[in-house]
Design a binder for this molecule. Structure first.
Ligand code: ATP
Ligand code: MG
Length: 300
């Protein structure tokens, strides 16, 4: 087992049936000796990820979709920034899903997602996603009104229906070569408060502070129930959730890095091999290059 798998595995949920959020401690730091140890692994992880992504891109077969969901201040942005810091920006796109626009509300809720699914050879990161449809919308069901769904379709089964539709959508993507990994950054209520106060205390962090986030915090228990039910119903082998402890940012980032690495390692990526025809072309190209005298002139 690689170091990445060893580190990430305890947090991977592939079968949600028995999932209980209370079994996962936001303050857990696993078997890592220290913060320094985690940071060393993250540096190693950044380099490994760069190599794997290069192969993913060259091979151009699989697409990798990474989804982040979490309460505010759980560290989604920081995790994305640090973990992906070594990868070639040409092969990686980050997309942040905000409150749906009026155009988006004119459509079914997966409509806006479809175009943002990464192309083959690429890594796509969703900073929030269609999972908001069973999180914020569930905690504030009045949001369903703005979706203008015909009233006879708004039944008590709506959340289970959405879980089933999301699972179907992910199965469809998986069968098309889109590898899906989902991260729930599991922050404690106490640590969230600390981070909000920190945003108030430091002028350079004031811009991050939002009164709306403090209001959402009032619904903490409803959110946790919604997250638990969501993971119960949507964790599968082909699209697992990682429930990543988020009270220590250094640990969160190292686990996220490890999880993405284990995912790419499992794909057994390799650079495309060159066939005889191509090898001949390369030899011809070498002859042309070696036969040409460099004049030093422009276009020479
Ligand atoms: P940050 O605050 O770190 O910049 P963020 O992800 O919180 O990042 P915001 O612009 O503050 O970004 O928030 C986006 C908001 O959009 C969230 O409150 C989220 O719940 C909401 N949102 C996203 N998708 C949906 C959706 N499908 N329906 C309703 N609200 C949604
Ligand atoms: Mg926000």
């Amino acid at each position: 087992m690689s170091w990445a798998t060893k580190l990430a595995k305890p947090y991977r949920v592939e079968d949600g049936k028995k999932f209980r959020l209370k079994d996962y401690d936001p303050g857990d730091t696993g078997r890592l000796r220290s913060r320094e140890h985690a940071e060393e692994l993250l540096v190693k992880g950044v380099a490994t990820l760069a190599e794997l992504q290069d192969k993913l891109y060259a091979q151009d077969r699989w697409a990798v979709l990474i989804i982040f969901q979490a309460m505010d201040a759980a560290g989604k942005d920081g995790a994305i920034k640090h973990v992906m810091s070594g990868v070639n920006p040409q092969g990686c796109q980050v997309y942040s899903f905000k409150t749906p626009s009026s155009e988006e509300l004119n459509h079914d809720y997966l409509w806006r997602t479809m175009q943002k699914v990464p192309e083959r050879g690429h890594i796509g990161i969703f900073n929030r996603s269609y999972y908001e449809e069973v999180l914020v919308v569930r905690v504030h069901p009045e949001l369903l009104q703005s979706q203008r769904i015909p009233p006879e379709l708004l039944t008590k089964d709506i959340w289970n229906d959405r879980f089933a539709d999301i699972a179907g959508f992910e199965r469809y993507l998986a069968r098309n070569g889109v590898v899906i990994r989902k991260f729930f950054l599991n922050l404690s209520r106490k640590e969230q408060k600390k981070r909000f106060v920190d945003r108030l205390d430091h002028p350079e962090k004031n811009w991050k502070f939002s009164t709306a986030d403090v209001k959402e915090r009032e619904c903490w228990d409803d959110y946790m129930a919604a997250y638990e039910d969501m993971i119960c119903h949507t964790a599968t082998k082909h699209a697992p959730w990682y429930v990543v402890p988020a009270d220590n940012k250094w640990f969160t980032r190292t686990v996220v890095s490890a999880a993405i690495i284990e995912t790419l390692e499992d794909l057994n990526l390799a650079y495309p091999t060159v066939d005889d025809e191509k090898r001949k072309q390369l030899q011809v190209a070498r002859k042309i290059l070696e036969g040409r005298k460099e004049t030093g002139k422009k276009n020479g």
